[in-house]
Design a protein around this ligand. Structure first.
Ligand code: PRT
Ligand code: ZN
Length: 296
């Protein structure tokens, strides 16, 4: 793959569980993705950025080698690649809040499990041999790793292995196959990664612009703008209750001496319970509104 000098390259999963959310995140950040035609890349029309459409397993290498300056990949794939001796590092820039799953060891319901020692001498089927080996080493357990590229959950029924080590999100697949999780090796979600190779000043600047837009979208996902009125004596207590808010704005209310309006950006979810507590502390006319864009 050759690189077009002036444009940034973001490696994304071509088709799979991360594709839709990755594109939605980019669209939310204002990047207009040109669809169609090219199977290998998609151009962003309004920013010098190309999406390289690849298999998720290739993303850590592309970014480590600098073929793509950035990438979006599951932490599980990244860690498995990183556990390979001699692999060049990449920098994790931000967790993206989607693609959550965990890498877990599971066994048939009837299997007795009393901790990692129960794995000694057993066969464990997985697509994550290095992460599994690392877990076994950490616990000083000797077991046989059976490498499978898919349908790992069938291994016990096919008597290929007594245990499996696979990704779990809802747990429905395990349940459907009569398996129960016994260990968690890794909590994963999609992450934005960046090459550690030096970038030209122009590309570094473009990268910063892209990141600041993406971080803006991530920040607004949970954030809310909160407005309320409060008497002076309750201000301190109320300000301390606002979830994830820094330095609220406090303005005097016209015609109501001793009363103030409090405005703040809350960077965490605002629950009904919080509103109830604010009210009990003396707040009134509480408004919580979504934030569309934010740039810090
Ligand atoms: O073709 P390519 O190599 O790009 O894709 P892929 O088939 O290797 O990956 P894909 O699209 O299946 O998953 C991409 C990424 O999504 C993974 O690397 C994870 O980071 C993330 N992810 C999140 C998951 C899951 N949730 C998940 N549930 N990846 C796989 N699964 C599978 C799991 O392996 C098991 O078969 O779903 C099944 C379990 O799901 P539950 O909901 O029944 O528990
Ligand atoms: Zn893959």
């Amino acid at each position: 793959m050759t690189i077009d000098g002036g444009r940034l390259h973001l490696a994304v999963q071509k088709s799979g569980r991360l594709s839709h959310n990755t594109r939605e995140l980019l669209r939310g950040a204002g990047f207009r993705i040109q669809e169609g035609k090219n199977d290998l890349a998609a151009r962003v029309e309004n920013f010098p950025l190309d999406l390289m459409l690849v298999r998720d397993d290739d993303i850590p290498t592309f970014v480590a080698d600098g073929v793509c300056e950035f990438g979006v990949v599951g932490r599980n794939v990244l860690e498995e690649a990183a556990a390979e001796a001699g692999t060049a590092p990449v920098e994790v820039v931000a967790p993206l809040g989607f693609g959550q799953c965990s890498l877990r060891i599971a066994a048939p319901e009837r299997t007795v499990y009393e901790g990692p020692q129960s794995l000694a001498g057993e066969r464990i089927a997985t697509s994550y041999p290095r992460l599994l080996q690392r877990f076994l080493d950490r616990h000083g357990v000797d077991a046989t790793i059976v490498r499978m590229s898919g349908a790992v959950e069938l291994a016990p029924r096919l008597q290929i292995a007594g245990f499996i080590c696979d990704l779990v999100s809802t747990g429905a697949t395990l349940e459907a196959n009569g398996l129960r999780p016994v260990e968690t090796l890794l909590e994963s979600e999609a992450v934005l990664i960046r090459t550690t190779r030096p970038l030209s000043p122009d590309k570094a600047e473009l990268g910063e612009q892209m990141l600041s837009r993406i971080e803006g979208v991530l920040a607004t996902q949970e954030s809310k703008y909160i407005m309320l009125n409060a008497p002076e004596e309750a201000l301190e207590q109320i300000a301390a209750m606002l979830p994830g808010a820094e330095a609220p704005t406090i303005l005097p209310l016209a015609g109501r001496p001793g009363h103030f309006a409090v405005h703040a950006v809350c960077k965490e979810s605002v629950f009904w319970e919080t509103l109830q507590k604010l009210k009990s502390a003396g707040a009134s006319a509480i408004l919580v509104v979504p934030i569309e864009k934010m740039m810090m």
